[in-house]
Design a protein around this ligand. Structure first.
Ligand code: XUL
Ligand code: CO
Length: 439
């Protein structure tokens, strides 16, 4: 690589241990350290998100770009795309992240026509392929941006206009091709504008049927071209659209089941989307995991005092410990990983701030992993949870679950046995136990 976009970071970031005061070093993330049956790197499978980290400018509703980004300087859009890609791989390499994720429109600019956009994408995919080969950095997932172009203002798959649906399908086909060519391990569907603003102009049922049709077409195409990556849906309740159909994990799973799509998809759970839906991150992970549907994670956090998707970097150790407990319990994320769908604040204008943000996120998840591993190894919670359901393992409980009791049987049983004793759920004790591992 010719230009250096991060001259302030000379060497790849290394692990220096918790006593280190070097801000450009890992204190907990020790990539090759074994934790249980795999290394930290294999457990965590960190990915860098192209859109926030390399496309982000710091602009918000109240002001224009604030970030100092050498790779945004070229006036020709394709030259800018090449510089941005070089910056992305230089960054991932120096961060020692094995993966990256992109939208089609992040890596290649839209052209003057659809075919021009496709050509731009193909050109940039060829370039990414070469750099992936040279650096060993892989694609965790690709996706299509079906929300920025004004044609998608009333949805893509759920647009009332079949012409828009076809445009979205054509764009999606090219994004799946790009992901396939680059050996992407997953392909993500996030329906930012798949929802509605007002029922005054909306046929809810029809729109969901359309969305299911588009997803069936994607599954058929995947099989035709032999793409082996995992399809993932990323739930989010709102923003940019007022009501989004993939509200949360439970809603999305039931949509997939309703339309015969369950076996072809898993979920990509994002922490800040969980909280926007009124859930905790661990709730969404647990719901997806219990259904055998937890495929990948968009690792970030929201702000309790702000009501929108602030996409901040994770820094809550208890939260990552909870998340890693759920992930370890299901024996990892398979083809999925932890993608930092997170952005630095508008005032963090230096390229080096991107390193601080990712190092913090990676250390926070590494600590979460170590804590979760210890709690699982010592069976601290397992024993308590197991014991809590003991009454269902024999006697009347076993009979109930075997389908051998009717309401009348249970009435008779209660008349004989009387009212149950009230037992403690011991929540405060358990919270203290969890805290003792976090400290
Ligand atoms: C938006 C969001 C997206 C998806 C990919 O909130 O999370 O960036 O992750 O389209
Ligand atoms: Co996301």
């Amino acid at each position: 690589m010719s230009k250096q976009f991060f001259p302030g970071v000379g060497q790849p970031i290394s692990y220096e241990g918790r006593e280190s005061k070097n801000p450009l070093a890992f204190k907990y993330y020790d990539k090759n350290r074994r934790v249980g049956d795999r290394t930290m790197g294999e457990h965590l499978r960190f990915a860098v998100a192209y859109w926030h980290t390399f496309m982000g400018t710091g602009a918000d509703m109240f002001g224009g770009p604030s970030f100092r980004r050498e790779w945004h300087k070229a006036s020709d859009p394709m030259e800018r795309a090449r510089d941005t890609m070089d910056a992305a791989f230089e960054f991932a390499h120096k961060l020692t992240a094995d993966y990256y994720c992109f939208h089609d429109r992040d890596i290649a600019p839209e052209g003057e026509s659809f075919s021009h956009s496709c050509r731009n994408l193909e050109t940039m995919v060829e370039r990414a392929k070469d750099i992936q080969k040279a650096t060993g950095i892989r694609l965790l997932w690709g996706t299509a941006n079906l929300f920025s172009n004004p044609v998608y203002s009333q949805g893509a798959g759920t647009s009332p206009d079949a012409h828009v649906f076809a445009y979205a399908a054509a764009q999606m086909k090219n994004a799946i091709d790009a992901t396939h060519t680059l050996g992407g391990e997953n392909y993500v569907f996030w329906g930012g504008r798949e929802g509605y603003e007002t029922l005054l102009n909306t046929d809810l049922k029809r729109e969901q049927e359309q969305m299911a049709r588009l997803l069936h077409m994607a599954v058929e195409y995947k099989n035709r071209i032999g793409f082996k990556g995992q399809f993932l849906i990323e739930p989010k309740p709102a923003e940019p659209t007022k009501h989004q159909y993939d509200f949360d994990a439970a809603t999305t799973i039931s949509f997939l089941r309703e339309y015969g799509l369950l076996e072809h998809f898993k979920l990509n759970i994002e922490a800040n989307h969980a909280t926007l839906a009124g859930h905790s991150f661990e709730h969404e992970l647990a719901v997806a995991s219990a259904a055998g549907m937890l495929g990948s994670v968009d690792a970030n956090r929201g702000d309790l005092l702000l009501g929108w998707d602030t996409d901040q970097f994770p820094n809550d150790i208890t939260g990552t410990a909870f998340a890693m407990m759920i992930i370890l319990k299901q024996n990892g994320l398979g083809k999925g990983g932890l993608n930092f769908d997170a952005k630095v604040r508008r005032s963090s204008v230096d390229p080096t701030d991107l390193f601080h943000a990712h190092i913090g996120g990676m250390d926070t998840f590494a600590r979460g992993l170590l804590i979760a591993h210890q709690i699982i190894k010592e069976k601290v919670l397992d024993n308590i949870i197991e014991e809590r359901y003991n009454s269902f393992k024999s006697g009347i409980g076993a009979q109930i679950m075997a389908g051998k009791s009717s309401l009348e049987d249970l009435e008779k049983w209660i008349l004989r046995e009387g009212a149950p004793a009230v037992r403690s759920g011991r929540q405060e004790l358990l919270e203290n136990i969890l805290n003792s591992y976090v400290v």
